[in-house]
Every structure is written in structure tokens, then in C-alpha cells.
Design a protein around this ligand. Sequence first.
Ligand code: P6P
Length: 338
Amino acid sequence: MSDIRTLGEFIVEKQNDFSHASGELSSLLGSIKLAAKIVNREINKAGLVDITGSVGCENVQGEEQQKLDLYANDKFKAALEARDQVCGVASEEEDEAVAFNKELNRNSKYVVLMDPLDGSSNIDVNVSVGTIFSIYRRVSPVGTPAVQEDFLQPGNRQVAAGYIIYGSSTMLVYTTGNGVHGFTYDPSLGVFCLSHENMCIPKDGRIYSINEGNYIRFPEGVKKYIKYCQENVPEDDRPYTSRYIGSLVADFHRNLLKGGIYMYPSTATHPSGKLRLLYECNPMALLIEQAGGIASDGKNRILDIKPTELHERVPFFVGSTNMVNKVEEFIKEFPSTH
Ligand code: P6P
């Protein structure tokens, strides 16, 4: 028991690593930890109680909202609003940014952007899903946060980012800019225990994750890369493996541990791809760079992209450095028209 290091202890232990360490970011991460436990409990009951399935309406993306999407959104918002570190949130499930206007929060230091339950359409078939979060210091001095100044910051301004994966076990993985650390939830104790300190992605890998059902609509360079993976069978190593769960957090987490690349390119029907820059790509990009990998839109570093709107989408290539560099070479060599 004595060698268990809980998430709470680890955050406090490392808080002096934070720039402007003040304990507030530690407390903010504590809010996320609490909400993760609450959402985890409901997900584990999914199928037993009437909390799966859709609510019969769509979010701003035109995607059918699941009951658990909204449940998770409400729980994370409530947990963040209950303490005095966050002045507002932006969420995949909210059309507009939400300002916290109580006296407690109005002038608080941080904003949070999140996908409260990514991949939620997989819940009904018992596939892993996840929460993704991204934390910035506000730029506007006080009062209601400004969308342009406070929420539309480039990903290289994040002070922390992470995800919770609700899978065979529930894990919280985060970075504050000093490495990536993973914590596994022990429901019998009600704590997240340090299980993966300083997670690093292998520079190369053999796993590629992409929805090949969209193959005919991919840019030429992406098609060439897929063919390269299928036909380039190294004599001294394992062949490539296609692994696609359809849940970003699950695919990302596996590739982080084993090496690999996740790709969601632009397609003829989705010229900007499907994944959202602010609350999917930026946090995952910060994590992967902190773990020694890279993330791009096929040409540009994700973290350097200047956002123009809350829900904007970008093509996304993330994972082992050598694999992302390789697909970028093909994209450069075979530029697409669309
Ligand atoms: P497709 C889930 O909706 C998500 O945003 C990611 O979690 C996942 O990787 C992707 O979309 C799946 O999209 O078009 O392959 O079903």
C-alpha cells in the first residue's frame, strides 16, 4: 500500500513544476478528477439503466446527442464551476462558450475546453470512450471571458491537457508540460493510482489507425501512405497492422503505449476533416509532443494553428514521429486537388 501514489498526491508533488505554481491548477485538476469518477460510475452502469441511447436532438456539429454526452457535459461543467479556478468552458456539446458568472468564478484564472464524452456512439456496443480536456490561462484581465482572446488561443498556449479513457480499466492521462503521466482508477479505493509515469511513445511503430472505409475520398498522399504500410513488409520486423476502434481516445492511448499513427484526413466530403481543433486535436497534440511524438494537419504543427472558431475542424495526424513524418512526405509528394 505504501508505494501507491495517488493522482492527488502526484499533482501536489509536481505543482512546483507548473509555471506560476499557485495551487490553483492543482485544484482545477482535482475538479476534473472528481467529475471523471462520477462519469465513470454512470458509464459502468450503461445498459442497466436508461442512460444510453440518444436524446433525440443534435449538437452544433449535427451529431445526434447521446444521453451520456449531456450527462458528462453537465458533470464536468458543474465540477469546474464549483471551485474558483475556472471562469468559463467551451464544449463539443455547447454551441457557444459558457461563462461562469458567479462571484466565485467571474475573475478566475483559467478556461477549459473539452469533449466531455468522445466516441459516445460506441457506448451502446460497450467500446471504450473518453473525455478530452484542454486548459489555458485566460488572456482577458477579468470578468466574462472573451471567446476570441481566451478560448481561441493556439494549442502551444495550453498549460495542461489530458484525457480519461473509460475502458477495461479507467485511466486519467495528463500533462502540465513536464511529461505525460497515467493513473489507473481503483474503484475499491475511489482513487486514481500512478501506473504510467513519464509515458513515451516509440519513435516508430507498426500500427496505423484510420477509417479505411473512406479510402476513395482520401487525399492521394494518404492513399499512397496506406499502400506503403500494406506493401512495405520489413524483413527484419513485424508487418504493419491496421487497428481502428472508432474512438479517438482509445486509438490514441493504444498507439501512445505501443507506437503507431492515428489519421483523420480531409476527405472530398469533409475538406477540413472531422476532428475539432480546440478540444480534440490540441490536447492530444500537447500530450503526444510531451511523450516524444508529433501531431500535424498533414503539413503544419497542430499546436501552432491559430484557431478562428470554437468548433473548427482540422485534418489530424498524430503519433510516432517517424510515421507522421512519413505520411507528411507522401502528402507533400502527392498533393491533392481537393
Ligand atoms: P468515423 C468519434 O465520433 C470521433 O470523433 C473519434 O473519437 C473517432 O476517432 C472518429 O470520430 C470516428 O469517426 O468517421 O471513422 O466513424
